[in-house]
Design a protein around this ligand. Structure first.
Ligand code: NOJ
Length: 567
């Protein structure tokens, strides 16, 4: 029996039906990312789990989001925190059982929340039965053909087949022993060695993923976030790539297209998947995690017969200036409008420095891959002030917005984690030069005075929580006027009530350091400059990310939503 979301209407939300008769829910949805190992721990082992998520669903309803996206919870050796999947049709015991996933889907639907799961098609875990079989098979066998195995270069084949580097550092190839125990072929892994890349020219691979989609669609999920959606197809000749390693995420527009990213062949795969989703009643979605620029190239992933949404990482990376923000907003809206897709907006996720910390860095600085205790420590107050302004700006924009667990509490990055507890493979693979992503993955605080700040019933926490977590705990912010949590909650309620996600944006004239626009009836002003600015004449504030000054003007790093003054 398939679980379907309730058709109940929530607080001005419009009809949220799943039968296709209502609105396209995903065009304006606010989708909350749950990183299961750090969200809520039901059994006290220090790792969050699916029963923990179920127990906290009411809190997400209270926050006012439309859907949740869960990072992977499948059986996995956890070489990359679950993005190394050993079995795509089950739940890892650390997260619960398959029955817990079913219960989570049902309980979320009962509350009118949709559920998106993570699909990891670029690579499996090296513990996946296919890879284990490939290791024991001969070069040229069909078992090896599901992955990217090649002979090495040099007389003894002891050089990697090409120059590609892993996104996490080090070479993107690892050599395996042949069945007779002597050094044999190499396999490609764009990420950790525990994440061998699949060969998407293989019909077996294509068929398997269609079957996996059906497995979860039949269980009632409302969509898939597609990991590394720009990486599945590689340039056929696996040509060398001589640009520095960091450019391999496909986000530099001033260089030729890397042979491992954003190849035209990926689109055929998503067209096939879309046709599978379209067989199901309702509106299940595909969301591309594709680090692709410029926006026009990214828009190709969300053409009408492909995916529904793509993460807008260009927006996440835009500098905190009025000019950069306006440029990226205009470009993003234009690119998606050209293909009839909604624009998406995102400021934080489990791979980047939390925006409450990122925005405290010097404006325009490159985004660091982690911050350690010996690095200069960002100004927390400045970061939070800008983060609140950025979020309020984002939640006014037409389209769909993604939130990352804990940002509604104003959580900063944990920037002083002891190096010995780090688990991100980036730290190890870069010879301890890049600290990686653990700092944004620390279990989140719910109750200031409980063990593990309410993350679980014990003090256990897979990454240590800093003492300052108490100040950010949900129970310290709920019903507290001016708290970050109440800012999010009010903004989400107003966004829904005023239909901002479905609105049209019109720019207003404004001073150089100020961004001002209308979305339907709402005027939005963000002040990036040093001097306070007035709201447009005849308007009054609806909500502000920080206090206005004594004469009602908008200070620096504050966003205000305003409406025509009611006489
Ligand atoms: C993107 C995921 O968000 C990230 O966490 C992961 O490490 C890589 N893809 C590889 O799966």
């Amino acid at each position: 029996m398939v679980n379907t979301p309730s058709t109940r209407t929530r607080d001005g939300a419009g009809t949220r039906t799943r039968d296709g008769a209502g609105t396209d829910w995903w065009r304006e949805a606010v989708i909350y990312q749950i990183y299961p190992r750090s969200f809520a721990d039901s059994d006290g082992d220090g790792i969050g789990d699916l029963p923990g998520v179920v127990a906290r669903l009411d809190d997400l309803v209270a926050l006012g989001v439309d859907a949740i996206w869960l990072s992977p919870f499948y059986p996995s050796p956890q070489a990359d925190a679950g993005y190394d999947v050993a079995d795509y049709r089950d739940v890892d015991p650390i997260f619960g059982r398959l029955a817990d996933a079913d219960r989570l889907i049902a309980e979320a639907h009962d509350r009118g929340l949709r559920v998106i799961v993570d699909l990891v098609p670029n690579h499996t875990s090296s513990a996946h039965p296919w890879f284990v079989e490939a290791l024991g098979a001969e070069p040229g066998s069909s078992a090896r053909d599901r992955y990217v195995f090649r002979d090495g270069r040099g007389p003894d084949g002891d050089q990697p087949p090409n120059s590609w580097r892993s996104v996490f550092g080090g070479p993107a190839w690892t050599r395996v022993d042949g069945p007779d125990g002597t050094p044999g072929q190499w396999y490609l892994h764009l990420f950790d060695a525990g994440q061998p890349d699949l060969n998407w020219d293989s019909a077996q691979v294509r068929d398997e993923f269609v079957a996996i989609l059906r497995f979860w669609l039949d269980r009632g999920v409302d969509g898939f976030r597609v990991d590394v959606a720009h990486g599945l197809v590689k340039q056929a000749d696996l040509a060398d790539w001589h640009y520095p390693e960091e450019t391999t995420s496909g986000d530099h527009v001033d260089q030729p297209r890397p042979p491992m990213w954003d190849q035209d062949g990926v689109h055929e795969i998503y067209r096939q998947w879309r046709s599978v989703l379209d067989e199901y009643p309702g509106q299940q979605i595909l969301v591309a995690e594709a680090w692709v620029q410029p926006a026009e190239r990214l828009a190709a992933y969300v053409r009408p017969d492909e995916m529904h949404q793509a993460f807008n990482f260009e927006y996440l990376e835009a500098a905190w200036t009025s000019e950069a923000q306006r440029t990226v907003i205009e470009r993003s809206l234009a690119a998606t409008e050209a293909v009839g897709a909604p624009t998406t907006w995102v400021l934080s996720n489990h791979d980047v420095l939390r925006h409450a910390t990122r925005l405290a860095l010097p404006i325009g600085a490159a985004r660091p891959r982690g911050i350690g205790a010996n690095d200069p420590q960002p100004d927390t107050a400045l970061g939070l002030r800008r983060a609140r302004a950025a979020t309020l700006l984002m939640l006014a924009l037409p389209g769909s917005a993604y939130l990352y667990q804990g940002e509604e509490l104003g959580l900063p990055e944990h920037t002083t984690l002891p190096d010995e507890v780090r688990q991100d493979p980036t730290w190890r693979r870069t010879d301890h030069t890049e600290r990686g992503r653990d700092g944004c993955r620390v279990p989140i605080p719910w109750e200031a005075d409980s063990p593990s700040y309410g993350f679980g019933p014990t003090d256990a926490s897979w990454l240590p929580q800093p003492p300052v977590w108490a100040e950010y705990a949900l129970d310290r912010q709920r019903d507290v006027p001016g708290s970050t949590y109440e800012l999010y909650r009010t903004a989400l309620r107003l966004r829904r009530k005023l239909g901002l996600g479905a609105g049209r944006l019109r720019w207003l004239e404004s001073p150089e350091d100020v961004l001002a626009f209308c979305v339907d009836e709402v005027t939005v002003v963000t002040n990036f400059g040093a001097e306070p600015v007035s709201l447009p004449p005849g308007t009054e504030p609806l909500i502000a990310s920080g206090p206005l000054n004594g004469s009602g003007r908008v200070p620096t790093d504050v966003t205000v939503w305003a409406r025509q003054r009611v006489r």
